[in-house]
Design a protein around this ligand. Structure first.
Ligand code: URA
Length: 426
């Protein structure tokens, strides 16, 4: 006989009560094993979204999710391990230059990444633009590469927090993704199970992010920082702006190209700024405060680490990126200054071009995406190119053009620019 009835656990949360440790352990385990039905877990997730959870409940829920699968042992890796997680945004390719950069400075970065869904891109989809590159590694391959190269970006194995895999898919279709306790436990259970010693969180705020306002982002960041600490993972968070896309590219191949520019010592200023800010936090958290990531970008060490990391997973770092046959350049109609480029609308435009997926089984287009010619604050003259849309098929362009047109505003004067790094929590 089962220890609890799912309906009783649901009622406790529905009525604003606090779940006991035993109830949490039971419901997470029973759901993972198929003993609690999807409709019951959906009701519980909705009750959690509406009623919230106490800090001890979130900690226990996270521990139960970790316990649903394996926890990797990274002790064969002699360098300090440190990872980064971004809550997701538009044009957010930072993992690509950051992982080899931190490795070049003496850290080991065990980056288990995901695929994109909806308007946000996925790191694995981007890297698969590189011919030959392989996302799936066994645990042994993962640890060997981490030990030898110091940098791995690959897909999380099935054995890691299986409760989250199942619950996240359910939340996605039941309007319960946005519950802060569930987001925090979902992210942190995977990162803690991955075995990293330290973690830096990039919690995005703005139209292109999960969290649309700073108060919610701060609450999510604090919750995750506490969860990391409670599990012995030194965790800090940066709240960063996601009202504007990061850099000049949104898509798959185009974001790889931009990342390589950063590794070559160039690239857009905001991408470089955030890469360096996160690298410094990671190196500090890993106990390497004297490392100089700026020098590693300048002198080619980060690029060397990138090439080793890509080759180790079968990729050819010298292969040309595929290009899109259909390109539409959109020009400014008036003189002025670019006032805003809305991250959400540009993310949707890239998605409509084929760079993203609507269902997790869908393929993504490698060359499709948006390339910005201007950033907010830049002066423009009528006729100057503002951005270009790239697609494999012309039929993709009209819907994307409509979204992109909504995203960009040109004003007579330059407005104030908000800082990229809003706050540090740690
Ligand atoms: N990313 C995750 O891994 N989980 C969430 O719940 C939300 C974003």
């Amino acid at each position: 006989m089962s220890a609890f009835a799912a309906v009783d656990v649901i009622r406790v949360k529905r009525d604003g009560g606090v779940l006991s440790d035993a109830q949490i352990d039971w419901v997470v385990d029973a759901y993972t094993r198929g003993l609690v039905a999807d409709e019951q877990m959906s009701a519980l997730a909705m009750a959690i979204l509406l009623r919230g959870m106490t800090a001890p409940e979130i900690a226990r829920w996270t521990a139960a999710m970790i316990a649903s699968g394996e926890r990797l042992d990274l002790s064969p890796v002699s360098r300090p391990t440190v990872d980064k997680h971004s809550t997701g945004g538009v044009g957010d390719k930072i993992t690509l230059p950051l992982t080899p950069l931190v490795a070049a400075c003496g850290g080991a970065v065990p980056q288990l990444s995901g695929r994109g869904l909806g308007h946000t891109g996925g790191t694995l989809d981007k890297l698969e633009s590189i011919p030959g590159w392989r996302a799936a590694l066994s645990n042994d391959e993962f640890i060997t590469q981490l030990r030898d190269v110091g940098a791995v970006i690959c897909a999380a194995g099935e054995g890691l927090a299986p409760a989250d895999r199942k619950l996240y898919a359910l939340r996605d279709v039941t309007g319960t993704v946005e519950a802060i306790p569930l987001i925090a436990s979902s992210i942190m259970s995977k990162k803690i199970a991955e075995g990293t010693g330290a973690l830096v969180l990039d919690v995005k705020v703005g139209s292109g992010a999960f969290m649309k306002n700073v108060d919610d982002a701060r609450e999510l960041a604090r919750t995750m920082v506490e969860l990391g600490g409670a599990h012995g993972v030194k965790t800090v968070a940066l709240l960063t702006d996601m009202s504007t896309p990061l850099g000049l590219t949104i898509g798959n191949a185009v974001e790889v190209t931009e990342s390589v520019e950063v590794l070559a010592g160039g690239g857009p200023a905001d991408v470089v700024e955030l890469t360096l800010a996160l690298a410094r936090e990671m190196l500090d958290a890993a106990g390497l405060p004297d490392a100089d990531p700026e020098a590693a970008l300048r002198d080619g060490r980060a690029m060397d680490a990138w090439r080793r990391m890509i080759r180790a997973q079968g990729g050819d770092p010298d292969a040309p990126m595929p290009t899109a046959p259909e390109v539409e350049v959109v020009r400014a109609e008036t003189d002025g200054f670019v006032d805003s480029i809305d991250a959400y609308a540009m993310g949707v435009a890239a998605w409509r071009l084929g760079a993203g997926r609507a269902r997790k089984e869908d393929p993504v287009s490698i060359p499709a995406g948006v390339v910005l010619h201007k950033r907010p604050g830049d002066p423009v003259r009528a006729g100057d190119p503002l951005y270009e849309l790239r697609a494999e098929h012309a039929g993709r362009l009209p819907a994307a053009l409509a979204e992109a047109a909504r995203a960009v505003t040109v004003a007579p004067a330059a407005g104030e620019r908000a800082p990229l790094v809003i706050e540090r929590i740690g």
